[in-house]
Design a protein around this ligand. Structure first.
Ligand code: GDP
Length: 462
């Protein structure tokens, strides 16, 4: 059984020109509404089997005007994304025709979906839990394969299962505490119960800590590691940038509402997503004074999680080079000695007194050598090289991290409470709070307001 909702509709494909565009309807009347605008030589959609696709035209019944030639999929509940009846109208791309088809279904009984409303229904109808709904959002925004993999795992229910098991464990303990208190078999029941609570609190706390340890990596996977490539003019910065952009799949994101200037470029280096900072600056200006001096470069440095500092090893270290070493001394950085194909002039011994020798990589971007070592170094900075990481459960969502931190605090209260000899019924309260907080991750205990806010972050049509 699904909850009763109005039938909603939205364009589910990204805005812009495309080969096809999809208008999606979901709700009790989805098929009926589609039939009002769908014309074909054969049966009405209502008479078609579930999970079938049909050729026809969309025609506005009010004007009898044909809008588009379409393929329409009919999917009856419950085997659909929202667990409601779903109709997808595959239109012939082009913004106008998809929009007109949407207008047409809206005029004939559907309501325009709010952002994330399809996913919200999937959640409310019990098809997915909240952390899975959030994973859908992550998938839409995933910048790299690895981020996508993490989101997929979450959609799979990895995190949900972990959290559910922890909650079951806590519930079990709470039940046992109740039994102990209500039917005391032994005289030392209070002591036994406290011991049980503290043991369980410690076990759950360890699991939560383990999850939280993945948080910083999770955040990097999700948001990309802000990376600045810096160095004097002509050392090979843009060559390196272009090499990385060509080799690794570049994903150029145009952030809505901003100009070309702040286009962010993402590359995935051995699975670590790098968000390249200020690449426009690298390309535009050749003047080092301007590059280091201007506020913009300083900003780029202050935003950077990682600095790739490039030197030309066929020239001696200059004052500017040393200034850059100084300016980046507090950053995670990799020193790149480029142009190894040319005769050496840079004094390596001197350089090694200024920077960590371990951070130096020798490359010749021209002859494509050493770049692989560089890529491995970048990856090694953020993944410790343990195998099986691809399948680890990462916590990357800020909301989840905050809840896990709160849950950990509640457990500390339990542990401290027991140690301070507090009465069991007070300790129970903190244990229950922990159970509640974990439930908020999966959405087993969330308020409406939060849901509305969460789902409104989705794009339209999801
Ligand atoms: P940027 O000003 O730091 O961005 O430097 P560019 O990437 O524009 O490179 C400046 C010049 O150095 C160009 O002519 C490149 O072809 C050349 N260059 C880049 N990498 C190498 C390298 O490894 N070896 C040699 N010999 N030349 C290189």
């Amino acid at each position: 059984m699904t909850l009763e909702f109005e039938t909603i509709a939205a364009i589910s494909t990204p805005p812009g020109e495309g080969a096809i565009g999809i208008v999606r309807l979901s709700g009790e009347q989805a098929i009926e509404i589609a039939d009002r605008v769908y014309k074909s030589g054969s049966k009405a959609l209502a008479e078609q089997k579930s999970h079938t696709i049909h050729y026809g035209h969309i025609e506005n019944p009010k004007t009898n005007e044909t809008i588009d030639e379409v393929m329409v999929s009919v999917m009856r509940e419950p085997r659909t994304f929202t667990r409601e009846d779903v109709v997808e109208i595959n239109c012939h791309g082009g913004i106008t025709s998809v929009n007109q088809v949407l207008q047409c279904v809206l005029q004939n009984g559907a309501r325009l979906a709010e952002p994330g409303e399809f996913t919200k229904r999937a959640f409310l109808n019990g098809r997915i839990d909240l952390s899975q709904a959030e994973a859908v959002m992550d998938l839409i925004r995933a910048k790299t394969d690895r981020a996508m993999h993490v989101a997929l795992k979450q959609l799979d229910g990895n995190l949900s299962n972990l959290i559910r098991n922890l909650r079951l464990d806590i519930l079990d303990t709470l039940a046992q505490v109740e039994v102990n208190i209500d039917y005391p078999e032994y005289d030392d029941v209070e002591e036994m119960t406290s011991k049980l609570l503290i043991e369980k609190a410690k076990i759950v706390k360890a699991s939560i800590q383990q999850l939280l340890e993945t948080a910083s990596q999770g955040k990097i996977l999700r948001e990309g590691l802000a990376t600045a490539i810096i160095g004097r003019p002509n050392v090979g910065k843009s060559s390196l940038l272009n090499y990385l952009l060509d080799e690794e799949k570049a994903i150029v994101t145009d952030i809505a509402g901003t100009t070309r200037d702040v286009i962010e470029e993402y590359i995935s280096v051995k699975g670590v997503p790098l968000k390249l900072i200020d690449t426009a600056g690298i390309r535009e200006t050749e003047d080092i004074i301007e590059r280091i001096g201007v506020e913009r470069s300083r900003q780029a440095l202050s935003d950077a999680d990682l600095v790739l500092l490039v030197f030309n090893q066929s020239e001696s270290l200059t004052i500017e080079d040393k200034a850059l070493i100084e300016a980046t001394s507090q950053h995670h950085r990799i020193i790149i000695l480029n142009k190894m194909d040319l005769p050496n002039k840079l004094d390596l011994t001197e350089l090694e007194t200024l920077v960590d020798p371990e951070s130096i990589v020798k490359t010749s971007i021209l002859s494509k050598s050493g770049v692989d070592v560089l890529e491995k170094k970048i990856a090694a900075l953020f993944f410790t090289g343990q195998t099986g990481e691809r399948d680890a459960t990462y916590v990357s969502n800020v909301r989840h991290i905050a809840l896990l931190n709160d849950a950990e605090e509640a457990l500390d209260e339990v542990i401290n409470g027991v140690e301070a000899g507090m009465p069991v019924d007070l300790i129970q309260i903190d244990m229950t709070r922990c159970w509640d907080l974990l439930g908020e991750i999966t959405g087993d205990s969330v308020q409406d307001e939060l849901l509305t806010q969460l789902f409104s972050q989705f794009c339209l049509g999801k």
